[in-house]
Design a protein around this ligand. Structure first.
Ligand SMILES: [Zn+2]
Length: 322
């Protein structure tokens, strides 16, 4: 079984005083941080750290734009959530395996035009966790929506990253953003333009560092990124496996509402029918294997398992080892 790591552990050669742990680091944590912003688990020999990039307020209609509004309102009421808008979590994961330090997604970043001041916390929270940007050897992108790539576009970040950084992303994703189709999404005004512009800027700034894969690629021992499509054509999940333990980072294949209503179309899905098929297939698989699940927009720290409950799914958070 995996367990939270509570003692410092040597990882890699140049990071002898760093660990992925749940302990506080006096002097590094900002006084305004009232709750911990990271949570560590071990998957066999692989270290996993979930880091919160903050939260992103979004209108509730985006949870299921094909749903009956009365049924959607009832679900929100059952979940004790406000009717019109609520904060979505933004989770990023750092993985260490085989001497590599891998950042899975990069959060929203800090675009002043977006006026989303509670998101884009990733860089300072990586620092608070003792993770230097120059120690990151690989980035894996589940897809190129701005809430997954924006952190790499924050001023000064690229200069602090290694020049030989590898950024793994599905070839279909990069191709999609050359001429993206927004005809099936349901987003607040302004979002499509912001998503287009951010993906374009990212592809331009990091083109020489992109390492494209078609369907599947093993980034490090036991760390495999696999394309699912659906949410975007190149959307991918990351499967971790070591010593009999397993954990899947599902990116945007799974949202909090997706356990009760996996067939609801999320407003950010570019092919919502395919996204629903991907979600149901993945949740069914995870319920069968009992492996751990982390997803970008599940409530932090987003570590849990999936149970089958009759004909729908149930989210079972892990008991925090803290
Ligand atoms: Zn997202």
């Amino acid at each position: 079984m995996s367990q939270a790591e509570t003692t410092p552990r040597t990882i890699g050669q140049q990071e002898t005083n760093m660990s992925l742990d749940n302990t506080s680091h006096p002097g590094r944590t900002r006084p305004e941080e009232l709750v911990p912003s990271r949570y560590a688990v071990r998957i066999g020999e692989i270290d996993v750290l979930v880091v919160s990039d903050g939260v992103l307020p979004l209108p509730t209609a985006m949870l299921g734009h094909n749903a009956d509004p009365a049924v959607r309102a009832a679900w929100l009421n059952d979940m004790f959530l406000p009717p019109d808008a609520f904060d979505w979590s933004l989770n990023v994961v750092v993985v260490r395996s085989g001497g590599q330090t891998i950042l899975i997604d990069a959060g929203l970043g800090l675009d002043p035009n977006l006026n989303l001041p509670r998101a884009g916390q990733l860089i300072k929270r990586l620092e608070a966790a003792g993770i230097d940007l120059s120690s990151v050897t690989d980035v894996v992108l589940t897809h190129m929506h701005m809430d997954h790539i924006g952190g790499l576009l924050v001023g000064g970040v690229k200069d602090r990253l290694r020049p030989d950084l590898r950024i793994h992303v599905a070839a279909a994703e990069v191709k999609f953003w050359e001429s993206p189709d927004f005809s099936h999404v349901s987003m607040p005004p302004g979002f499509p333009d912001a998503l287009r512009a951010t993906a374009k800027r990212f592809a331009e700034e990091y083109r020489s560092q992109l390492r494209l894969f078609d369907e599947e690629y093993e980034v490090a021992p036991g760390v495999v990124v696999r394309r699912t499509g659906g949410h975007t054509p190149g959307h991918s999940v990351v499967r971790l496996a070591s010593g009999g333990d397993r954990l899947t980072f599902a990116g945007d294949a799974v949202f909090a509402v997706g356990f009760d209503h996996p067939d609801w179309y999320n407003g950010f899905e570019h092919d919502p029918e395919e996204a629903a098929r991907v979600r149901i297939g993945l949740l069914t698989e995870l319920a069968t294997t009992g492996e751990q699940l982390v997803a970008t927009h599940l409530p932090f720290p987003s570590v849990g398992r999936v149970a089958l409950d009759g004909d729908h799914f149930r989210w079972v958070p892990v008991f925090w080892d803290y």
